[in-house]
Design a protein around this ligand. Structure first.
Ligand code: NAD
Length: 326
């Protein structure tokens, strides 16, 4: 039975699951596989070295799927500040119609995409920011709870309360980001008022995910306690896999007097994280992972994963009627 929600209607997809923007992971092969499986695949713009390379990635994705897919642009502190506008213009000119925006000061980018009649999914970590984005005219919000990989904001509100608060305050549809890796999680966020889910870590661990097999296996063997926050002291908190480098970064941040970004720059650079995915050495650099690592026990294709989630949602909802209160 298809799960039809405002998000499946707006995006023209079969199952209300959006693949989150993931640095070094949101590449054409994975994006096309998610879209072909009935979700929304999302290319990560900043994974491409420049706007022209993003154009090529969009064309490559189109060769692999005729279904809708999106492009993510994340605005966060960066070692080499990217040409955000250039990436945005390139994707619009290539005919992309769905964008996921995230990070700081997204207003100008959202206005640009809306002026081009695009659908904008804006990811944010507080109800306050969600309401501002709603005012700017975004179509869908992606509400990122404490469980998420990458940047959860600084307020530490778990998904259970954050999503229910979103239901109280928002007028437009929203998806849940962080904490969802199976159909039980998808059913739960639908129950809280969301119209779907955003999944990142779960998609890292699929057959089509373009990262080294060792890292996928590392995720499968990980527990929910195997992630850690770095950059807490810099107010740019990021949840990453708890490996040697991340542990070292946290120790530097806790030194008396604290740390400046320069003290950890070499350890945390995205270029080192990229090598983790290419070489399969999980300790080479920091790499994003959500607490859902504790829920991931296999490496399915995207199609097997999304078909299974659809059945799990049905079974979960059917099972609710059988709850007995003693
Ligand atoms: P990078 O090598 O530029 O930086 C590595 C990490 O350090 C990033 O998390 C970044 O936010 C942080 N950082 C950089 N300068 C900082 C500063 N002055 N103060 C505090 N923190 C700082 O990052 P990258 O891996 O090449 O990624 C480029 C951009 O994409 C960054 O803004 C990053 O946050 C963002 N990103 C996007 C996604 C996504 O899914 N779209 C995922 C991860 C990172």
């Amino acid at each position: 039975m298809p799960i039809s929600t405002p998000v499946t209607e707006i995006l023209g997809i079969r199952i209300p699951v959006v693949q989150g923007g993931m640095q070094w992971v949101g590449l054409p092969v994975l994006v096309a596989a998610v879209s072909e499986a009935g979700g929304l695949g999302v290319l990560t713009a900043l994974t491409q070295p420049n706007p022209d390379a993003l154009r090529a990635a969009i064309r490559e994705t189109r060769k692999l799927t005729s279904k809708p897919f999106g492009v993510n642009i994340t605005l966060l502190p960066s070692i080499n500040p990217p040409d955000y506008e250039g990436y945005a213009r390139a994707a619009v000119e290539e005919g992309v119609r769905v964008f996921e925006t995230a990070g700081n000061n997204p207003g100008p980018l959202i206005k640009y995409f809306k002026s081009q009649n695009c659908v904008v999914i804006h990811k944010c970590t507080t109800v306050r920011h969600a309401k501002s984005a709603q005012k700017l005219g975004v179509d869908i919000l992606s509400i990122d709870g404490f469980e998420c990989a990458g940047h959860p904001g600084e307020e530490d509100i778990g998904g259970l309360v954050l999503l229910a608060r979103a239901a109280e305050e928002l007028k437009i549809p929203y998806i849940a980001s962080g904490g969802v890796a199976d159909g039980r999680g998808l059913a739960a966020v639908l129950a809280l008022g969301a119209s779907g889910a955003n999944m990142g870590t779960r998609f890292m661990c699929t057959v089509e995910s373009p990262i080294h097999q060792n890292i996928k296996e590392k995720i499968v063997s990980a527990k929910e306690t195997d992630t850690v926050h770095i950059f807490r002291s810099l107010r740019n908190t990021a949840r990453v896999f708890k490996n040697k480098v991340a542990t070292e970064v946290v120790a530097i941040e806790k030194r008396p007097g604290g740390a400046k970004f320069e003290d950890i720059r070499e350890l945390v650079s995205g270029q080192r994280g990229k090598v983790v995915y290419e070489s399969g050495d999980p300790d080479y650099g920091v790499w994003s992972a959500g607490v859902t690592v504790g829920l991931i026990h296999d490496i399915p294709t995207c199609k097997v994963l999304l078909d299974r989630m659809e059945r799990e949602v049905e079974n979960t909802v059917a099972g609710l009627g059988k709850v007995v209160v003693h």
